[in-house]
Write a protein that binds this ligand. Structure first.
Ligand SMILES: O=c1ccn([C@H]2C[C@H](O)[C@@H](COP(=O)(O)OP(=O)(O)OP(=O)(O)O)O2)c(=O)[nH]1
Length: 479
């Protein structure tokens, strides 16, 4: 029987079959989710410091997801000074023992020796160009020589290590690519644009996605098959160079990149849409940059594809901003990860334990609402850090928080909510969304058109601070 497997951040413990076949809806396996999150961390918005160092470098920026007991306990990326593995050691120390680490590139020997030494359980990496790049085009002969030496050292560390160092890409569930495409088009963010901007069409979404596909393929895939094989051989994966394994590997990698691009396109930086503070929120709040807000909400969108609700996946991620910049060694700058989750039945429950019906079912006793744990509830319950009242903490959630979740978010001390507000003001039989627009003391950043955009005749429609504080005109609170 299918077993409900979330904790949070949250992921299942077993294979793909039950994972993907839960209900009729395809589901991302935990391994693919962690892999996608690690790729996504590689493109975490650069801090000012990193901005100057964008030129091609031999040490590639690398994303990292740290998982303990199926919970995400760290989302990191390399900075201009430190590699992702080094950051993991600084941030988690000996707590890395028995953790699983998902890297967006095979880590270099500098990182690997330390994380192996910390006693991690498993190190999984994306099988493309490693952290110490083996792609000749950016590098001199000497540095290629060093990169090859490093690849050998990595193999030696791997063969003498207790940790399992491996490539973990699972085939996607049937129709996963189509499912992500359809649900991305239907998600609140795309829908809101479609309602407000008549010229926004399906083709606009596909054009935007295509741009993302190109961008991410350039980063995460090696265009030449021969070069890819050569690199796989150098990093000890010669067994993947023969067909059908090589073809399958490339196909699998391409599909995952396509999923990432599709999910990224579901919250497009289109026209003047973004996350803006609503009028009735506390107006002196300092919000995130649009780039950062988009990045984090896309993480939440990825998590939503682990849902156990057949009808709708919801994902939530909590981040906080550190006050003291002296601790900013992570590539995420002052931002640090607190927790994440998605909507699912209570941990350990069996598939048939609870009803799965929604408001369309007349019999209220067999509806899901009294049983399903919401994305925000899982993110708060399984968080790996405390929410500090003196620091700016923020939750990114893919659906407007309901009346169960709004007081929970406020009570947990979270200072800002980034979300879509399509459901705001709706009252249904078992779930309602009335409290969100009335919430005070928490900044509500809703997905909407920039309220201080200039109108066609070049007059400002309203004024707002750089962070998107809405001063005069409120475009959200649809309800
Ligand atoms: O703050 C919230 C609110 C809801 N959910 C989850 C619970 C449930 O799994 C789903 C809502 O289910 P429903 O069937 O009401 O989905 P809907 O899209 O709101 O329904 P409708 O099609 O009637 O709009 O979203 C959350 O995780 N967080």
């Amino acid at each position: 029987m299918y077993r409900s497997q979330q904790p949070a951040g949250a992921c299942s413990s077993t294979g793909t079959q039950t994972d993907s076949m839960q209900g009729q809806v395809p589901r991302l396996s935990k391994v693919n989710l962690f892999t996608l999150l690690s790729l996504w961390m590689e493109v975490f918005p650069s801090t000012k410091d990193d901005e100057n160092k964008k030129k091609p470098q031999q040490i590639k920026k690398t994303g990292l997801v740290v998982v303990r007991n199926l919970k995400v306990i760290g989302l990191h990326c390399s900075s201009s000074e430190l590699h992702a593995g080094q950051i993991a050691v600084i941030k988690h120390g000996s707590r890395l023992k028995d953790c699983d680490l998902y890297f967006s590139r095979k880590p270099c020997s500098t990182c690997l020796k330390m994380i192996v030494n910390a006693g991690v359980n498993r190190i999984s990496y994306w099988p493309s160009d490693p952290e110490m790049s083996l792609q000749q085009d950016n590098s001199s002969q000497t540095s290629i020589g060093d990169a090859r030496l490093d690849a050998k050292a990595v193999e030696r560390l791997k063969s003498n290590s207790r940790a399992h160092v491996c490539v973990l890409l699972q085939p996607l569930a049937c129709y996963m690519v189509q499912f992500v495409e359809e649900t991305s088009l239907k998600c609140d963010f795309v829908q809101k644009i479609a309602r407000m901007e008549p010229e926004f069409a399906r083709s606009t979404f596909y054009d935007y996605r295509q741009e993302r596909v190109k961008e991410y393929e350039a980063l995460f895939l090696i265009s030449s098959e021969d070069l890819h094989k050569e690199i796989l051989r150098m990093i000890g994966l010669e067994n993947l160079c023969e067909d059908p394994y090589f073809v399958c590997l490339r196909q699998n990698m391409k599909e995952l990149v396509l999923i990432l691009a599709t999910v990224a396109a579901s919250v497009p930086s289109y026209s003047d849409f973004g996350f803006y503070l609503s009028k009735t929120s506390d107006e002196n709040q300092q919000g995130l940059t649009q780039e950062m807000a988009l990045h984090c909400i896309i993480q939440a969108r990825l998590l939503a594809y682990r849902t156990e609700d057949h009808k709708i996946g919801v994902g939530a991620v909590i981040w906080a901003e550190r006050k003291s910049s002296s601790l900013d060694c992570d590539g995420t700058g002052s931002m640090y990860f607190i927790g994440c989750g998605y909507n699912a039945f209570p941990v350990g429950s069996e598939y048939a334990d609870f009803p799965h019906m929604d408001d369309n079912q007349k019999d209220r006793e067999i509806r899901k609402f009294r049983y399903i744990i919401h994305a925000e509830q899982n993110a708060i319950t399984f968080r790996c850090q405390e929410i500090k009242p003196e620091e700016q903490s923020m939750i990114f959630v893919t659906k407007c928080p309901c009346d169960e979740c709004v007081p929970l978010i406020k009570g947990a001390g979270i200072k800002q909510i980034y979300t879509g507000d399509i459901d705001s003001g709706k009252k249904k039989a078992d779930i309602s969304y009335m409290k969100f627009s009335q919430l005070r003391g928490v900044g509500r950043y809703s997905w909407q058109q920039n309220p201080h955009r200039t109108s066609p005749n070049n007059t400002t429609v309203s004024t707002a601070g750089e962070n998107g504080d809405l001063k005069n005109k409120d475009e959200d609170d649809l309800g």
